[in-house]
Design a protein around this ligand. Sequence first.
Ligand SMILES: Nc1ncnc2c1ncn2[C@@H]1O[C@H](COP(=O)(O)OP(=O)(O)OP(=O)(O)O)[C@@H](O)[C@H]1O
Length: 343
Amino acid sequence: MIVLENIRKIYGSGTEQVEALKSITLNVKKGEIYGVVGFSGAGKSSLIRCVNLLEKPASGKVLINGVDIQALKPSELRQQRKKIGMIFQQFNLLSSKTVFGNVAMPLMLDRRPGEEIKKKVHELLTFVGLEDKAGHYPEQLSGGQKQRVGIARALATNPSILLCDEATSALDPETTSSVLALLKKIRADYGITILMITHEMNVIRDICDRVAVLDDGRIVEEESVLNLFSNPKTDIAKNFVRTVLNDEIPVSIQSLINEQNQFHRIYRIVFKGEATSQPLLSTIAKKFRVDVNVLHGTITELQGVPFGNLVVDFTGTAEEVERAIFYIHQQQVWIKEVLPNAV
Ligand SMILES: Nc1ncnc2c1ncn2[C@@H]1O[C@H](COP(=O)(O)OP(=O)(O)OP(=O)(O)O)[C@@H](O)[C@H]1O
């Protein structure tokens, strides 16, 4: 659906040159919600703007539905761009136009008949829940309402792709949730493929299927959201995951970790999906001669799948603890000993 092949983006020239994207390759599938997360300056805006050629790559290919859009004539590119909607952090609404006028704008530029425009704008405003705000001006709207207008406008030309440029970064948490729910509905109702850039890992957790971690112009990790959250590999991905899943072990527990011995050992257990509903720890306590004590943990939901991260203290003979650990491995549950200074 969206394929980027070895995209490089360079700003400036000579000694002032900045290589914002260093050979980016990614493939967003039809109907997918794909997130790119990175800190400020990582290259997120450059990346998303290369998808509709608002920025021209220095080299590499951009394929949309198999079409190399850099090879299109200007008129063909204009047609192609109608299939790629975009929403922005600062909404980019025209303050001199009403809500109706803003949503109608792409259709007017496309010279559609007035009746068709009226019908379509009404349909879109109903879809985003703003049918009663058609005559209002942007300054009379809240941030969340402005973004809904931005979304309605982006959908006006029936795009197959929606690009979201930090679409919720200017919104409070509750409004963010409602805008994310609307984006999910767009995918469900219209089958639109969504590519979003964000620095907020909670956005990735709540809505994306897959995620790429961008650092200094490179994708350093790409995974399903479930896999990235359960087993981030790079330090930067670990830091992003920590911003929403607090898996750091509290200082009060650190001393217990340092005092571990062969009868008293501490493990981190990561449960995914069905494993979270199994009474694993009570089974262990019954099946083996070990005491199990949960020291710390969180349980959340990722992509509709329950996900748990627990720090557990096992007490028993070394042999019994090993048997219990072996049993946990057999249940397809991830478990690893927490060693002093390795938390
Ligand atoms: N027009 C420009 N001219 C020169 N350098 C630029 C330009 N736009 C971006 N850059 C540089 O390219 C790099 C990537 O910037 P980009 O805006 O893509 O990152 P970002 O991850 O979106 O950051 P932020 O979240 O702060 O917007 C940065 O070093 C930035 O300074």
